[in-house]
Design a protein. Sequence first.
Length: 370
Amino acid sequence: MKRILFDYLFAVVLLVIPLHGCARSIQGAPVKNLPHLTSTTYESSVSLTMKEELVSLRKVTENSAFTEKRGYPEYKIGPLDVLEITSRIGSEHKTDTVIVRSDGTISYSFVDDLPVEGLTVREVDEELTESLSGFVRKPRIDIVVKEFNSKSALVMGEIGSLRYAHYEAASGRFFLKGKTTVLDLLVMAGGYTKDADIKKVKLVRGDKIHYINLYDIIYRGEVEQNVIIDDGDVVDVPELPEYGERVYVLGEVNRQGVYSLRDVPDLLAALSFAGSYTRTAVEENTIIIRGYQPGKKPMILTADLQAILKKGDIGQNIPLMDGDIVYLPRSRIGDINEFIINSVPLLDYLLYPGRYRDAYGSYEHLRFRD
Protein backbone atom coordinates (compact mmCIF):
# COMPACT_ATOMS: atom_id res chain seq x y z
CA MET A 1 0.00 0.00 0.00
CA LYS A 2 2.86 2.42 0.87
CA ARG A 3 4.49 1.75 -2.48
CA ILE A 4 1.24 2.41 -4.37
CA LEU A 5 0.75 5.67 -2.45
CA PHE A 6 4.35 6.74 -3.16
CA ASP A 7 3.97 6.11 -6.88
CA TYR A 8 0.65 7.95 -6.93
CA LEU A 9 2.08 11.03 -5.22
CA PHE A 10 5.07 10.96 -7.54
CA ALA A 11 2.78 10.89 -10.57
CA VAL A 12 0.84 13.87 -9.22
CA VAL A 13 4.07 15.79 -8.62
CA LEU A 14 5.24 15.19 -12.19
CA LEU A 15 2.14 16.96 -13.48
CA VAL A 16 3.24 20.20 -11.84
CA ILE A 17 6.96 20.12 -12.73
CA PRO A 18 7.89 22.48 -15.57
CA LEU A 19 11.06 20.90 -16.93
CA HIS A 20 13.13 23.35 -18.97
CA GLY A 21 16.60 24.80 -19.26
CA CYS A 22 18.74 27.75 -20.37
CA ALA A 23 20.72 28.59 -23.44
CA ARG A 24 24.33 27.68 -22.64
CA SER A 25 26.06 24.28 -22.71
CA ILE A 26 26.07 22.07 -19.63
CA GLN A 27 29.21 21.75 -17.47
CA GLY A 28 28.88 18.26 -15.97
CA ALA A 29 31.41 15.46 -16.44
CA PRO A 30 30.93 13.84 -19.89
CA VAL A 31 30.68 10.06 -19.52
CA LYS A 32 32.71 9.59 -22.72
CA ASN A 33 35.72 10.97 -20.81
CA LEU A 34 35.27 8.36 -18.07
CA PRO A 35 36.11 5.09 -19.85
CA HIS A 36 36.18 2.99 -16.69
CA LEU A 37 32.87 4.25 -15.32
CA THR A 38 30.75 1.36 -14.01
CA SER A 39 28.19 0.86 -11.29
CA THR A 40 31.00 -0.31 -9.01
CA THR A 41 33.44 2.53 -9.70
CA TYR A 42 32.34 4.41 -6.60
CA GLU A 43 32.37 1.52 -4.15
CA SER A 44 34.30 1.99 -0.93
CA SER A 45 37.77 0.52 -0.38
CA VAL A 46 36.13 -1.92 2.02
CA SER A 47 33.99 -3.30 -0.79
CA LEU A 48 37.02 -3.62 -3.06
CA THR A 49 38.88 -5.43 -0.30
CA MET A 50 35.96 -7.81 0.09
CA LYS A 51 36.08 -8.50 -3.64
CA GLU A 52 39.72 -9.45 -3.31
CA GLU A 53 38.75 -11.87 -0.54
CA LEU A 54 36.09 -13.38 -2.80
CA VAL A 55 38.72 -13.98 -5.47
CA SER A 56 40.72 -16.07 -2.99
CA LEU A 57 37.58 -18.05 -2.10
CA ARG A 58 37.01 -18.68 -5.81
CA LYS A 59 40.51 -20.04 -6.47
CA VAL A 60 40.51 -22.85 -3.88
CA THR A 61 41.41 -26.29 -5.21
CA GLU A 62 40.37 -28.17 -2.09
CA ASN A 63 38.02 -27.81 0.87
CA SER A 64 35.90 -30.07 3.08
CA ALA A 65 33.73 -31.20 0.16
CA PHE A 66 36.19 -31.81 -2.69
CA THR A 67 39.79 -32.02 -3.79
CA GLU A 68 41.29 -31.51 -7.24
CA LYS A 69 43.44 -34.42 -8.34
CA ARG A 70 44.45 -35.49 -11.84
CA GLY A 71 43.13 -32.18 -13.13
CA TYR A 72 39.48 -32.44 -12.06
CA PRO A 73 37.54 -32.10 -8.77
CA GLU A 74 36.59 -35.22 -6.80
CA TYR A 75 34.17 -35.53 -3.91
CA LYS A 76 35.51 -36.28 -0.44
CA ILE A 77 33.64 -39.12 1.24
CA GLY A 78 32.41 -38.59 4.80
CA PRO A 79 30.18 -40.02 7.57
CA LEU A 80 26.60 -40.97 6.58
CA ASP A 81 27.41 -41.05 2.86
CA VAL A 82 26.01 -44.15 1.16
CA LEU A 83 28.33 -46.05 -1.17
CA GLU A 84 27.30 -48.54 -3.82
CA ILE A 85 29.97 -51.22 -4.30
CA THR A 86 29.80 -53.62 -7.23
CA SER A 87 31.98 -56.75 -7.17
CA ARG A 88 32.65 -58.54 -10.47
CA ILE A 89 33.63 -62.18 -10.96
CA GLY A 90 33.79 -63.09 -14.64
CA SER A 91 30.56 -61.92 -16.27
CA GLU A 92 28.66 -61.99 -12.99
CA HIS A 93 28.40 -59.06 -10.61
CA LYS A 94 26.97 -58.32 -7.19
CA THR A 95 26.04 -54.89 -5.86
CA ASP A 96 25.94 -53.97 -2.17
CA THR A 97 25.05 -50.75 -0.38
CA VAL A 98 27.39 -49.62 2.38
CA ILE A 99 26.90 -46.70 4.79
CA VAL A 100 29.93 -44.78 6.02
CA ARG A 101 29.80 -44.94 9.80
CA SER A 102 30.02 -41.87 12.03
CA ASP A 103 33.68 -42.71 12.72
CA GLY A 104 34.41 -42.56 8.96
CA THR A 105 34.89 -46.30 8.40
CA ILE A 106 33.14 -48.99 6.34
CA SER A 107 33.01 -52.77 6.37
CA TYR A 108 32.68 -54.78 3.18
CA SER A 109 33.05 -58.47 2.45
CA PHE A 110 36.16 -59.71 4.30
CA VAL A 111 37.32 -56.20 5.19
CA ASP A 112 36.26 -54.56 8.48
CA ASP A 113 36.62 -50.98 9.68
CA LEU A 114 38.36 -49.56 6.63
CA PRO A 115 38.93 -45.76 7.12
CA VAL A 116 37.44 -43.86 4.17
CA GLU A 117 36.65 -40.40 5.53
CA GLY A 118 38.30 -37.67 3.46
CA LEU A 119 39.15 -40.06 0.62
CA THR A 120 37.83 -39.80 -2.94
CA VAL A 121 35.93 -42.63 -4.63
CA ARG A 122 39.04 -43.55 -6.61
CA GLU A 123 41.13 -43.70 -3.43
CA VAL A 124 38.55 -45.85 -1.62
CA ASP A 125 38.49 -48.18 -4.62
CA GLU A 126 42.28 -48.54 -4.44
CA GLU A 127 42.32 -49.07 -0.65
CA LEU A 128 39.50 -51.63 -0.71
CA THR A 129 40.95 -53.50 -3.69
CA GLU A 130 44.29 -53.78 -1.92
CA SER A 131 42.63 -55.00 1.30
CA LEU A 132 40.50 -57.58 -0.55
CA SER A 133 43.50 -58.94 -2.46
CA GLY A 134 44.54 -60.77 0.71
CA PHE A 135 41.33 -62.81 0.49
CA VAL A 136 40.30 -62.73 -3.18
CA ARG A 137 42.49 -63.23 -6.24
CA LYS A 138 42.54 -60.11 -8.38
CA PRO A 139 39.39 -58.47 -6.93
CA ARG A 140 37.43 -56.26 -9.32
CA ILE A 141 35.19 -53.67 -7.75
CA ASP A 142 33.46 -50.45 -8.77
CA ILE A 143 32.36 -47.79 -6.29
CA VAL A 144 29.97 -44.85 -6.66
CA VAL A 145 28.42 -42.52 -4.12
CA LYS A 146 24.72 -43.30 -4.03
CA GLU A 147 23.74 -40.70 -1.43
CA PHE A 148 25.64 -37.54 -0.45
CA ASN A 149 24.88 -36.93 3.21
CA SER A 150 28.08 -35.74 4.87
CA LYS A 151 28.49 -32.15 3.60
CA SER A 152 25.86 -29.49 3.31
CA ALA A 153 25.18 -25.77 3.11
CA LEU A 154 22.23 -23.81 4.43
CA VAL A 155 20.34 -21.50 2.07
CA MET A 156 17.84 -19.00 3.41
CA GLY A 157 15.78 -16.02 2.33
CA GLU A 158 14.24 -15.28 -1.08
CA ILE A 159 14.84 -18.69 -2.65
CA GLY A 160 12.50 -20.18 -5.25
CA SER A 161 11.88 -23.70 -3.93
CA LEU A 162 11.56 -22.41 -0.37
CA ARG A 163 9.39 -19.39 -1.11
CA TYR A 164 6.88 -21.23 -3.26
CA ALA A 165 6.67 -24.15 -0.85
CA HIS A 166 6.10 -22.03 2.26
CA TYR A 167 4.71 -18.81 0.69
CA GLU A 168 7.27 -16.84 2.68
CA ALA A 169 11.03 -16.59 3.03
CA ALA A 170 12.38 -19.76 4.60
CA SER A 171 15.54 -21.84 4.82
CA GLY A 172 16.69 -25.23 3.66
CA ARG A 173 19.72 -27.49 3.83
CA PHE A 174 21.26 -28.74 0.59
CA PHE A 175 23.86 -31.48 0.38
CA LEU A 176 27.07 -30.82 -1.53
CA LYS A 177 28.14 -33.34 -4.17
CA GLY A 178 31.61 -32.02 -4.83
CA LYS A 179 32.94 -28.70 -6.08
CA THR A 180 29.95 -26.36 -5.81
CA THR A 181 29.81 -22.63 -6.58
CA VAL A 182 27.34 -20.22 -5.03
CA LEU A 183 25.41 -20.17 -8.34
CA ASP A 184 25.34 -23.98 -8.37
CA LEU A 185 23.93 -23.94 -4.85
CA LEU A 186 21.22 -21.43 -5.73
CA VAL A 187 20.22 -23.50 -8.77
CA MET A 188 19.90 -26.52 -6.47
CA ALA A 189 17.68 -24.36 -4.24
CA GLY A 190 15.38 -23.36 -7.10
CA GLY A 191 16.90 -19.97 -7.89
CA TYR A 192 15.97 -16.64 -6.34
CA THR A 193 12.56 -14.91 -6.32
CA LYS A 194 11.58 -11.63 -7.96
CA ASP A 195 11.77 -9.96 -4.54
CA ALA A 196 15.39 -11.02 -3.95
CA ASP A 197 18.08 -8.38 -3.50
CA ILE A 198 20.69 -10.25 -5.54
CA LYS A 199 23.28 -7.48 -5.15
CA LYS A 200 23.63 -8.09 -1.42
CA VAL A 201 23.77 -11.86 -0.98
CA LYS A 202 25.43 -12.80 2.29
CA LEU A 203 27.82 -15.73 2.67
CA VAL A 204 28.50 -16.69 6.29
CA ARG A 205 31.50 -18.95 6.84
CA GLY A 206 32.48 -19.54 10.45
CA ASP A 207 32.76 -16.13 12.12
CA LYS A 208 33.32 -14.28 8.81
CA ILE A 209 30.70 -12.66 6.57
CA HIS A 210 31.24 -12.06 2.84
CA TYR A 211 28.89 -10.12 0.55
CA ILE A 212 28.36 -11.29 -3.02
CA ASN A 213 26.82 -9.36 -5.90
CA LEU A 214 24.98 -11.99 -7.95
CA TYR A 215 23.95 -9.33 -10.46
CA ASP A 216 27.60 -8.74 -11.36
CA ILE A 217 28.16 -12.48 -11.76
CA ILE A 218 25.13 -13.12 -13.94
CA TYR A 219 24.91 -9.95 -16.02
CA ARG A 220 28.51 -8.69 -16.05
CA GLY A 221 30.39 -11.98 -16.03
CA GLU A 222 32.39 -11.25 -12.87
CA VAL A 223 33.03 -14.94 -12.19
CA GLU A 224 35.56 -14.12 -9.48
CA GLN A 225 32.59 -13.50 -7.16
CA ASN A 226 31.16 -16.96 -7.90
CA VAL A 227 32.90 -18.45 -4.86
CA ILE A 228 33.28 -22.13 -4.01
CA ILE A 229 30.93 -23.30 -1.25
CA ASP A 230 32.31 -25.23 1.72
CA ASP A 231 30.65 -27.58 4.21
CA GLY A 232 28.70 -25.57 6.80
CA ASP A 233 28.38 -22.38 4.74
CA VAL A 234 25.24 -20.27 5.09
CA VAL A 235 23.96 -18.31 2.08
CA ASP A 236 21.33 -15.67 2.78
CA VAL A 237 19.47 -14.03 -0.12
CA PRO A 238 17.76 -10.97 1.39
CA GLU A 239 14.54 -9.33 0.34
CA LEU A 240 14.64 -6.07 -1.58
CA PRO A 241 13.95 -2.93 0.47
CA GLU A 242 10.34 -1.82 0.60
CA TYR A 243 10.71 0.37 -2.45
CA GLY A 244 13.53 -1.62 -4.01
CA GLU A 245 16.35 -0.01 -5.98
CA ARG A 246 15.04 2.72 -8.22
CA VAL A 247 15.96 5.05 -11.04
CA TYR A 248 14.07 8.28 -11.79
CA VAL A 249 13.62 9.27 -15.44
CA LEU A 250 12.42 12.86 -15.89
CA GLY A 251 12.22 15.62 -18.46
CA GLU A 252 11.48 15.34 -22.13
CA VAL A 253 10.53 11.66 -22.25
CA ASN A 254 7.14 10.20 -23.05
CA ARG A 255 6.69 8.45 -19.69
CA GLN A 256 8.34 10.22 -16.76
CA GLY A 257 8.45 8.00 -13.71
CA VAL A 258 10.20 5.79 -11.21
CA TYR A 259 11.59 2.53 -12.57
CA SER A 260 13.13 -0.49 -10.92
CA LEU A 261 16.90 -0.63 -11.34
CA ARG A 262 16.41 -4.30 -12.21
CA ASP A 263 14.47 -3.19 -15.31
CA VAL A 264 16.64 -0.21 -16.25
CA PRO A 265 20.26 -1.24 -15.53
CA ASP A 266 21.69 1.28 -18.01
CA LEU A 267 20.92 4.54 -19.78
CA LEU A 268 19.38 3.03 -22.94
CA ALA A 269 17.15 0.75 -20.90
CA ALA A 270 15.93 3.77 -18.93
CA LEU A 271 15.13 5.59 -22.16
CA SER A 272 13.32 2.53 -23.50
CA PHE A 273 11.13 2.13 -20.41
CA ALA A 274 10.36 5.85 -20.49
CA GLY A 275 8.99 5.54 -24.02
CA SER A 276 11.94 7.33 -25.68
CA TYR A 277 12.45 11.10 -25.74
CA THR A 278 10.11 13.75 -27.12
CA ARG A 279 10.75 15.88 -30.21
CA THR A 280 11.67 18.85 -27.99
CA ALA A 281 14.38 17.00 -26.03
CA VAL A 282 18.02 18.03 -26.29
CA GLU A 283 19.22 14.44 -26.17
CA GLU A 284 22.90 15.32 -26.53
CA ASN A 285 22.73 17.06 -23.12
CA THR A 286 21.25 14.23 -21.08
CA ILE A 287 22.04 14.54 -17.37
CA ILE A 288 22.58 11.83 -14.77
CA ILE A 289 22.46 13.08 -11.17
CA ARG A 290 24.21 10.53 -8.96
CA GLY A 291 24.79 10.25 -5.23
CA TYR A 292 22.64 13.19 -4.09
CA GLN A 293 22.65 13.69 -0.31
CA PRO A 294 21.35 16.74 1.58
CA GLY A 295 24.11 19.28 2.05
CA LYS A 296 26.51 17.51 -0.30
CA LYS A 297 27.32 18.14 -3.94
CA PRO A 298 26.14 15.26 -6.14
CA MET A 299 28.04 13.85 -9.08
CA ILE A 300 26.73 15.28 -12.35
CA LEU A 301 27.35 13.23 -15.49
CA THR A 302 26.38 14.16 -19.02
CA ALA A 303 25.75 11.80 -21.90
CA ASP A 304 24.96 12.26 -25.56
CA LEU A 305 22.02 9.99 -26.35
CA GLN A 306 22.16 11.13 -29.98
CA ALA A 307 25.70 9.76 -30.25
CA ILE A 308 24.67 6.48 -28.63
CA LEU A 309 21.63 5.93 -30.83
CA LYS A 310 22.80 7.37 -34.14
CA LYS A 311 26.58 6.93 -34.03
CA GLY A 312 26.79 3.70 -32.06
CA ASP A 313 28.84 5.25 -29.23
CA ILE A 314 27.89 2.48 -26.76
CA GLY A 315 30.65 3.57 -24.39
CA GLN A 316 28.31 6.33 -23.18
CA ASN A 317 25.58 3.83 -22.28
CA ILE A 318 26.69 3.77 -18.65
CA PRO A 319 25.32 1.39 -16.00
CA LEU A 320 22.91 3.15 -13.64
CA MET A 321 22.90 3.01 -9.85
CA ASP A 322 20.21 3.05 -7.18
CA GLY A 323 18.89 6.61 -6.79
CA ASP A 324 20.18 7.90 -10.14
CA ILE A 325 18.10 10.63 -11.73
CA VAL A 326 18.15 10.70 -15.53
CA TYR A 327 16.99 14.03 -16.92
CA LEU A 328 16.49 15.01 -20.57
CA PRO A 329 16.27 18.81 -20.86
CA ARG A 330 14.12 20.80 -23.26
CA SER A 331 16.99 23.16 -24.04
CA ARG A 332 20.63 23.47 -23.09
CA ILE A 333 21.34 24.09 -19.40
CA GLY A 334 23.72 26.87 -18.44
CA ASP A 335 25.16 26.97 -14.92
CA ILE A 336 25.06 23.40 -13.64
CA ASN A 337 25.62 24.49 -10.03
CA GLU A 338 22.66 26.85 -10.13
CA PHE A 339 20.63 24.11 -11.80
CA ILE A 340 21.29 21.75 -8.88
CA ILE A 341 20.63 24.43 -6.23
CA ASN A 342 17.27 25.24 -7.78
CA SER A 343 16.43 21.54 -8.06
CA VAL A 344 17.19 20.65 -4.42
CA PRO A 345 13.51 20.66 -3.35
CA LEU A 346 12.61 18.06 -5.97
CA LEU A 347 15.69 15.97 -5.20
CA ASP A 348 14.73 16.02 -1.52
CA TYR A 349 11.19 14.95 -2.35
CA LEU A 350 12.32 12.08 -4.54
CA LEU A 351 15.09 10.73 -2.31
CA TYR A 352 14.42 12.15 1.17
CA PRO A 353 10.64 12.75 1.46
CA GLY A 354 10.80 13.25 5.23
CA ARG A 355 13.33 16.07 4.89
CA TYR A 356 11.26 17.66 2.11
CA ARG A 357 8.13 17.61 4.29
CA ASP A 358 9.94 19.26 7.18
CA ALA A 359 11.58 21.91 4.99
CA TYR A 360 8.84 22.83 2.55
CA GLY A 361 5.53 21.24 3.52
CA SER A 362 3.98 21.56 0.02
CA TYR A 363 4.61 20.97 -3.68
CA GLU A 364 5.37 24.64 -4.32
CA HIS A 365 9.11 24.20 -4.90
CA LEU A 366 8.97 20.95 -6.87
CA ARG A 367 10.56 21.77 -10.17
CA PHE A 368 13.74 21.45 -12.18
CA ARG A 369 14.61 24.97 -13.23
CA ASP A 370 17.52 27.09 -14.39
